[in-house]
Design a protein around this ligand. Structure first.
Ligand SMILES: O=C(O)C(=O)C[C@]1(C(=O)O)C=C[C@@H](O)C=C1
Length: 257
C-alpha cells in the first residue's frame, strides 16, 4: 500500500508535464541523429528488396517488424507507455513481469494511433528535415527512423496519462462531455493554449542548443543547426500536440466504460 501511495503522490499534472519536457530532449536528439543521413529513399521503397516471409515490405518496414518482434519477447510492450507499430501477431514477452503502476483505465489498451504517426513521419516530416540524396546507409538510416518513431509514439500516447490526471483532478467537469460523447467539449476542456505556446518555443530553443556546432574557438554556430529549429516547432504545432490531444480525447471518451 505504501508504494501505491508513493505512485499516487508522483502522478500529478506537473509530474506528467515533466515527463513530456524530458521527452522533448529525446525527440530533438533523435531527429538530429536521423538528419546525419540523407533521405535514402530506397529504404522505404517496397520494390527495392524482398525478404523471405515479408512480402510487400520495404527494408524499413522489415527492420521495424523484426525489431518489434525482438523487443516484444524482451518485454518492451508490457509497459503501458509503449505501443508497437505492428502490434498484430507479436510474440509474448519472455521476461519475468515487472509491476508497472496501473494508473490508466483498462480501455487505454485499445488506443494505438501509430498508423497515423507512421504516415505523418514518412510522408510529411522526413522530407522536411533530411537532405535529399542517397548514401547507401539504409540499415543505419532505418535504425535512426525507428528511434524517432518510437520517441514520437511514446510522447503522443503519453496523452493517456495526461488525460487520466486531468480527469482525476476534475471528474465533474469531464463526465458530462464524456457521456454526451462531445469531442469538441472535451478538446476545449483539455486544451491550455499558454502551455502549448511554451512547448512550441521551448522545443525550438532545444533544437538551437542541441543542434549547434560546438567548437573551441568561437562557440557560435552562425545560425547553422543540425535540424532546422523552425521544423521542430512546426512538428510540435502541426502534429505532436494535436495527436497528443487526439489521444487524450480518445482516452476520455472511454474513461467511463
Ligand atoms: O500539458 C498539457 O496539459 C497537455 O495536455 C499536453 C499538451 C501537449 O501536447 O504538449 C497538449 C494539450 C494542451 O493544450 C497543452 C499541452
Amino acid at each position: 500500500a505504501e508504494s501505491l501511495d508513493m505512485e499516487k503522490a508522483e502522478f500529478t499534472l506537473d509530474s506528467v508535464r515533466d515527463s513530456l519536457i524530458r521527452q522533448e530532449d529525446t525527440i530533438v536528439f533523435c531527429l538530429i541523429e536521423r538528419a546525419k543521413y540523407p533521405l535514402n529513399s530506397p529504404a522505404y521503397n517496397q520494390s527495392y528488396v524482398s525478404f523471405p516471409g515479408f512480402s510487400g515490405s520495404s527494408l524499413f518496414e522489415y527492420i521495424v517488424k523484426q525489431t518489434e518482434t525482438l523487443q516484444a519477447t524482451a518485454g518492451r510492450y508490457e509497459n503501458p507507455e509503449e505501443h508497437a507499430f505492428f502490434p498484430d501477431n507479436l510474440p509474448r514477452s519472455l521476461v519475468p513481469p515487472y509491476n508497472y503502476s496501473q494508473v490508466l483505465h483498462p480501455a487505454a489498451n485499445s488506443i494505438n494511433i501509430n498508423k497515423m504517426i507512421w504516415d505523418m513521419y514518412c510522408s510529411q516530416l522526413l522530407p522536411l528535415f533530411v537532405a535529399e540524396g542517397d548514401d547507401g546507409n539504409y540499415a543505419s538510416t532505418a535504425s535512426s527512423d525507428i528511434d524517432c518513431l518510437q520517441a514520437l509514439s511514446r510522447r503522443i500516447h503519453y496523452g493517456k496519462f495526461v488525460a487520466e490526471v486531468k480527469f482525476r483532478d476534475a471528474p465533474h467537469d469531464y463526465e458530462p462531455a464524456i457521456r454526451a460523447k462531445d469531442r469538441d467539449a472535451l478538446m476545449k476542456l483539455l486544451t491550455f493554449e499558454k502551455v502549448e505556446e511554451m512547448v512550441r518555443r521551448r522545443v525550438e530553443k532545444k533544437a538551437m542548443v542541441f543542434g549547434q556546432e560546438v567548437n573551441l574557438d568561437n562557440d557560435n554556430s552562425k545560425g547553422m543547426y543540425k535540424v532546422d529549429p523552425s521544423v521542430v516547432s512546426r512538428l510540435y504545432v502541426e502534429w505532436v500536440m494535436p495527436l497528443t490531444k487526439l489521444v487524450q480525447v480518445e482516452y476520455l471518451l472511454r474513461r467511463l466504460d
